[in-house]
Design a protein around this ligand. Structure first.
Ligand SMILES: [Zn+2]
Length: 118
């Protein structure tokens, strides 16, 4: 059975300056599953399913809705995935971003700078 997916745009939790596509599945207890994708890069910023609703394929339904709407959605860099995000990425497959989009991130510094100082 397919859950009802709602779509909105908004910022990422406490941040006020980020713009995300947000797909959510709600039930009587609130948000059951949510997927945040940055509008600028179509990159997954957050994927979370409430513990008691895991294993039902809710996150996959959100992923499919996102891909249907945006044509393509990218997983974040492996270095930025939570364990749940990592499991999600391997479960649903798809492409990942090829560069970090976080300002002043360690991994950007490693890529941009010569690590040996030559
Ligand atoms: Zn990074």
């Amino acid at each position: 059975m397919n859950a009802t997916i709602t779509y909105r745009t908004g910022s990422y939790y406490s941040e006020t300056d980020t713009a995300n596509h947000i797909w959510e599945i709600s039930d009587e207890q609130g948000i059951a599953s949510e997927l945040y994708v940055s509008i600028s890069d179509a990159e997954v910023m957050q994927i979370e399913t409430r513990e008691d609703r895991r294993g039902e394929g809710l996150a996959r339904q959100l992923w499919e809705a996102a891909n249907a709407q945006l044509a393509i959605v990218y997983h974040s860099l492996p270095a930025h995935r939570t364990p749940e995000g990592e499991a999600f990425a391997s479960a649903v497959g798809g492409e990942s971003v090829t560069e970090c989009h976080i300002d002043s991130c360690d991994c950007t510094d490693i890529i941009d700078d010569d690590p040996y100082g030559y």
